[in-house]
Design a protein around this ligand. Structure first.
Ligand code: FES
Length: 192
């Protein structure tokens, strides 16, 4: 039968720190064990945090740009000589139809950027901030606005619907450019 008794004549080994720690009442682990475990916990914690940061870098999503293109219906939805503000709240554009074309006036005053309103009785856009006025074509004619309103890109898709891109706009110098308006003569609409 095994015994813890010290064999006679064998040198007596003094108890180590580890032995002493374990024999102290209420000390579950030795001091060295505890230090080792704390050390490993620190290393693992550091690795975990580093890996988390690396994973976030790998899977970081690109900022999502809001859409800029919307369907504005058929040209037939707009009577000649009218200005529609049905998309003003959501897209900040007026759809204008004159005798031969449709275009989209972007509702941002060229003075300080307020949103003009369409005044059908006076046949003009009127800016509520400092009183600038613009014709139905978007040309400034009163108040401090230094230049006309811009127009958003507009075209007809394959199903004959008007599409407007508020992210692409034309200053007055480019109002005759492709995309600044849709001609409504036979076979003259832009098809994409
Ligand atoms: S912002 Fe329109 S007139 Fe000043």
């Amino acid at each position: 039968m095994a015994s813890d008794a010290h064999p006679p004549g064998a040198p007596i080994r003094p108890p180590s720190d580890r032995d002493r720690d374990k024999t102290e009442p209420g000390n579950l682990w030795g001091r060295r064990d505890l230090v080792t475990r704390v050390g490993w916990a620190g290393v693992l914690g550091t690795l975990f945090v580093s890996f988390g940061g690396f994973a976030r870098l790998l899977f970081r999503r690109a900022p999502v740009e809001p859409p800029t293109v919307f369907v504005a219906g058929s040209p037939a939805d707009y009577r000649p000589g009218t200005v529609s503000d049905r998309f003003l709240r959501q897209w900040r554009v007026f759809i204008v139809r004159d005798d031969s074309k449709v275009f989209a006036v972007y509702g941002k005053c060229s003075h300080l950027g307020c949103t003009p309103r369409w005044d059908g009785r006076a046949d003009r856009f009127k800016c509520p901030c400092h009183g600038s006025g613009f014709t139905s074509q978007g040309v400034n004619f009163e108040g401090p606005a230094p230049r006309p309103l811009e127009r958003a890109r507009v075209w007809l898709d394959r199903s004959g619907q008007l599409r407007v891109d508020v992210g692409t706009r034309f200053a007055q110098a480019n109002w005759e450019a492709e995309g600044a308006s849709v001609e409504l003569g036979p076979g003259s609409g832009e098809i994409t």
